[in-house]
Structure formats: structure tokens, C-alpha cells
Design a protein around this ligand. Structure first.
Ligand SMILES: [Zn+2]
Length: 448
């Protein structure tokens, strides 16, 4: 296995030390021993649509916490799986990791296989997808084979990659895959399923209309949302509002924040990623309140708002500003993700969803932790923010497809003790202040 060297101007010891400190925060004080992960694509998956996309996301996620990753690409697969892209992405994430592509699997701690078979027992994660359906398991299963009937594989591939990354993180901490029972996530109907046959799929070719979107909060969930948008075929433009800059602890949990972005405004990094991937975008390096007072002219131009700031006050302030459709997700303290869709007059609003008594930030933080240099950081689980961002991107895709009301509007995905997805319909609370808003007022604000 070859080591990598970096041309980046980074303080290596400092970067590494703080990276470890950050990870430790999520793991009750003890840092697990480093592991070596092998990613392999078994036949007949190698030439299936979405393989490359799923692998890119899985590698991106793994490199956020695993320092040693080997991707196995047999010569026969090298025409359909672009190993160089995978390695370049991982080296950008972790310039000091041991990352390589080989033709045959070496001895390793953990194997991550696309498909349902092969790999050492008890040390292999199996992941797969069909259309919008995603699958992960710590146990082999026959019959998890690709079918060619689904036109759009990207959603399931991205979701399955996030779940596989979550399972890998779980193995890193627990050294066991016993809790990773076969889990199917139906990203289309937004529910847990018992098989790929039970996962809903679009019945007609998907048509995507362009959307004008306001993203407030370009942190881990916001930047993860941005990462997935072009991958899921988003069209339109996005205004990104965030007053923060990228810090070293953000790099463990965002798919687009890398060491080269250290200390840059998050709004600008997210904007640049979107623009580089063909989506029109503007960045506003400021708070929500500053944005509202300085850019009142922009406030009614978007068809969807994404309240993705950690602070509850921002969510409530956005709700008080009579939002259009809002889609949001956040990572919880306990290895989970909550997702919400808020369509005016149909769904509950954000004040219903986040009562004022719940004042703590919605990030994975058991409290602020002082890092070695006195800098205070919060902890994070990388797979949780990736998955939360993907939920938001999927919600936006449904709006663009004109099926925004399809599926429940509240979801809770837990990664521990086992994977589970709970969904429920959340309707407006009759006593909530949003019930004072009539559709006539709403229309006069949005279509004067
Ligand atoms: Zn309400």
C-alpha cells in the first residue's frame, strides 16, 4: 500500500491532532483504533448505473473518519469505475490518509461490498440499491442483484452509500456488525421497506422543473444538501446565507469542506461548489437577520426555503417571515437524523415542529468541548450530516418533480442500536401562530 504525500500547505500535526480530538467528542472520550477499509464492487454490479456516484459518496464519507482506505477495482472493472476520481476525492478530504486503488483485495479490518455476497463473515458490510431504494446489511444475502428496469438509479445509490458509511462508522466504534440487520430505505415514499420489491419507484419518466431556492445555513447539513443537488439532477439556482467560516472540525462531517477551505466563508465555498457543478448560486456571508434587512428584495423570489441553520432562533425567525415550502433536516445527539417538509396550510410549521422550549442547537453535541488550543467545537457524526443533506436534496427533487406532497412530512432515521426509519404525518397545531395566517395573506405576500 502506498502512502500519500501532500503538496498542500497544511500544518500536518496540528490537523491530525485536532481531527482526532474532534472525533473523540462523539465517542464518549475514547478514540477507537484506526481501521483499514476495503471497498469492492462485486460482479454483476460493476457496470450498473449509479455505481460510480455511490462509490464517490461512500469514499468521500469514509475518508472523513477512516485514515486507511483501499478501493479494489479488478482490471475488468476499470473501464466502468473511475478509481482515480475516487482517490483524488479522498486525498482532498484527507491529505494524510493511506489511500489507494488495487486490483485484488488485501487483508483488512473491514470490507464494504456492493451486492449481497462475498467478503469475510462478520467483517463485511453489504450495500445495494434499486431505483430510489437503498439497502445495507452486516450479513450476506442472496438475491441482492441489480435489475436494469429503473431509469434513475442515483437516489438509491447515494442513500445506500450513506447507509454503508454509517455502518462502517458503527463497525469502527463497536467492532461488530451484529446490529446491522438488513435495512431497506424507500427514498421515494419515504418509509422503511422489507425488500426492494416493496420500495416505491416513479412510474413515469422524471421531469424536473427548475427551482429558485434559499438556503439558510451552509454548515454540515447545508453543504451536504448542496453536494447532493447536482448529483440528483437539480436545476435552477440557489442563494446561500451563512455567517460562519469553515473550521477544521467542519471537515469531518461535510462532503464539500476540505482542508483547502480552512477559514473561508461557508456561504462562498457552498456557492463555488454549486457553480462548479452547473448550478447558479450566490453566497451571502451574513446572518439571517442581516440578509433580511439588507436584501429584502430577494426575500420573495424563491419557491423553496431551506432552514438549515443550527440555531432554533433562525428557524423560528424564518417561519415568522411567512415562508413558502420549507424543507429541513438536522442531526440529533443520538445517532439520528430528523427530516421535515413544511408546506403552508398542509403540513405543520417549524414552530410546531420545534417548540420554543427546545432551545438547544440541533447538532450532535453533548455540550461544547474545548479543543486543545482553547477553541470550542461541537461534535459530529459524519454519516449523519451526509444523510440529513441527502434527505433535503431528495425533498427538493420531489418539489421539482411536482410531487412534493407524496410521502409523510416528518421522518426520524436512527442509526443505532439498529437502522430504523419512523415517519409520521405532522399537521398544523390548531393553537400555533401559523394558524393566524390565511391563504389570502400568504398569497398577497407571495403573489402580490
Ligand atoms: Zn404552526
Amino acid at each position: 500500500m502506498s502512502s500519500t504525500s501532500s503538496d498542500l500547505d497544511l500544518p500536518s500535526n496540528e490537523f491530525y491532532r485536532r481531527r482526532s480530538d474532534r472525533t473523540r467528542m462523539c465517542l464518549d472520550g475514547s478514540l477507537p483504533k484506526e481501521i483499514h477499509c476495503v471497498i469492492a464492487v462485486t460482479e454483476p454490479w460493476a457496470s450498473v448505473r449509479g455505481v460510480q456516484a455511490g462509490l464517490e459518496t461512500l469514499c468521500n464519507l469514509l475518508a472523513r473518519f477512516c485514515n486507511h482506505v483501499t478501493v479494489v477495482i479488478p482490471r475488468v472493472q476499470s473501464k466502468v469505475v473511475a478509481g482515480e476520481i475516487l482517490v483524488d476525492r479522498m486525498r482532498a478530504v484527507d491529505p494524510y490518509g493511506t489511500i489507494c486503488v488495487v486490483e485484488a483485495a488485501p487483508e483488512a479490518d473491514l470490507y464494504i461490498h456492493l451486492g449481497g455476497e462475498g467478503g469475510p463473515q462478520g467483517r463485511t458490510i453489504y450495500w445495494a440499491y434499486q431505483g430510489w431504494g437503498a439497502y445495507v446489511s452486516g450479513f450476506p444475502a442472496e438475491g441482492i442483484v441489480p435489475t436494469g428496469e429503473f431509469a434513475d438509479h442515483s437516489v438509491g445509490a447515494e442513500m445506500a452509500a450513506c447507509l454503508a458509511g454509517a455502518a462502517a462508522f458503527n463497525f469502527w466504534v463497536a467492532r461488530s456488525l451484529n446490529s446491522i440487520r438488513p435495512f431497506y430505505l424507500d427514498s421515494y415514499a419515504l418509509r422503511e421497506a422489507s425488500s426492494f420489491a416493496g420500495c416505491a419507484q416513479p412510474t413515469e419518466p422524471i421531469s424536473i422543473r427548475p427551482l429558485d431556492v434559499l438556503m439558510v445555513g451552509g454548515g454540515s447539513v447545508g453543504s451536504a444538501t448542496a453536494y447532493f443537488l447536482p448529483r440528483l439532477g437539480f436545476k435552477g439556482r440557489i442563494d446561500v446565507v451563512d455567517a460562519d467560516v469553515v473550521k477544521v472540525e467542519n471537515m469531518d462531517r461535510s462532503p464539500i469542506f476540505d482542508p483547502i477551505h480552512d477559514k473561508l466563508p461557508k456561504a462562498n465555498v457552498v456557492r463555488d461548489y454549486l457553480v462548479n457543478n452547473g448550478i447558479g448560486a450566490s453566497g451571502y456571508h451574513m446572518t439571517w437577520n442581516e440578509f433580511v434587512s439588507r436584501h429584502r428584495d430577494l426575500l420573495r423570489r424563491h419557491s423553496v426555503w431551506l432552514p438549515l441553520a443550527n440555531e432554533q432562533g433562525v428557524r423560528r425567525a424564518m417561519q415568522a417571515n411567512i415562508p413558502p415550502i420549507s424543507i429541513q433536516a438536522s442531526t440529533g445527539k443520538n445517532w439520528n437524523v430528523q427530516y421535515g417538509r413544511h408546506i403552508p396550510f398542509v403540513d405543520d410549521c417549524q414552530i410546531d415542529r420545534f417548540p420554543a422550549t427546545e432551545s438547544a442547537p440541533t447538532v450532535c453535541a453533548t455540550g461544547p468541548v474545548v479543543v486543545t488550543d482553547g477553541h470550542v467545537a461541537d461534535a459530529a457524526l459524519p454519516f449523519a450530516s451526509f444523510t440529513a443533506g441527502l434527505f433535503v436534496a431528495i425533498g427538493l427533487k420531489k418539489v421539482a418533480m411536482g410531487i412534493q406532497e407524496f410521502g409523510e412530512n416528518a421522518a426520524f432515521l436512527s442509526f443505532k442500536p439498529s437502522f430504523s426509519l419512523l415517519t409520521q404525518p405532522r399537521r398544523p397545531n390548531p393553537t400555533c401562530m401559523c394558524q393566524n395566517l390565511t391563504s389570502a395573506i400568504w398569497k398577497s405576500v407571495w403573489r402580490p
